[in-house]
Design a protein around this ligand. Sequence first.
Ligand code: SF4
Length: 389
Amino acid sequence: MKAENPDLKIGMIGAKVAVDADGSLKTGEVIDFVARNEFDFTIKEVADGHSWSSIKGLSYRTEAGAIVHNEDRAILHDMDSLPWVTPIYQRDLKIENYFIGYLKHPYISIYSGRGCKSRCTFCLWPQTVGGHVYRTRSVENVVEEIAWSKKAFPQVKEFFFDDDTFTDDLPRAEAIAKGLGKLGVTWSCNAKANVPRKSLEVFKENGLRLLLVGYESGNQQILYNIKKGMRIEVAERFTKDCHDLGIAIHGTFIMGLPGESEETIRETIEWARKINPHTIQVSLAAPYPGTFLYKQAIENGWLDAEHAELVDDNGVQIAPLHYPNLSHERIFENVETFYKAFYFRPKKIASIVGEMLTSPDMMKRRLREGVEFREFLKDRKGAGATVDA
Ligand code: SF4
């Protein structure tokens, strides 16, 4: 691109460059600048033509080739000062092209705030860009955007709030829910497995369909190890409340977190079958640079150079961590075991088939998901071969 257009300036944003702006600029010689941490107004100032030496939060390469790091930009608290993203979706995206198995199709996903109070050791965004203070847009601002989007995208079947933990501020979440209830939209969000029943009731009465919940593990000691701030019995009570109220759950789990063993893997699989979220996602523990888990993995020798890549050439996650009692290979293999043990049960198959038969929309989503799952297993076999080698 630079050969075609020598005036082109290339910048990078995101967690990796935020934690290692210097290394990124040194390694990527074609990169002119990095907008560290919260980049929204940093890149606006670059686009507006401000002198680079005056832009807070910017790291850049000078004409002479030196790398300069400007002072940090203050964390953003006035989240209403950010423009809405949905008019940009309308201008630039065909939303029907975006599919995610656990959401209705077509859907729209937005953020109503940034940051998460919790300190889970593996979790990337709060430890890099987002921080541990949940900074939010006002209730009115969020509800107005959804009202606008409802008119602009009449085909949308569901709105998703992708905030790390939308339920971190319950009074606000309830106020937004009531606003959405008046609009008559269906919505879903990320949540921690500790939302009280009273709040769940308010959400459900006002259009909540699904919660995306990070359970991570069914073993209490692992939850302590990763500072999840979650007790198994609280998660069980929450899940039962959701079942009672008819709120679907997409539960996410992680294999290979510190303290994992063959036994805790079996325990987690059994627990997932017992609490029975509607659908699940199983990932491999990924020690991203900038997280506590990364530091811990380096210090303890759980991460070695041979397996340091987090994904293979197909974008399939590989298991970079290993422990004296548990190899990369066994962690990797157990992801597939988990999916099979969870889904290939007569009760689960019957419920999925029943759902498909009563809803053509569900039929389309599940078939598409099935094809993607088969492709995923095929790609994993390839990745597995790499890991085995
Ligand atoms: S609660 Fe969720 S978003 Fe928050 S730190 Fe833990 S894993 Fe990350």
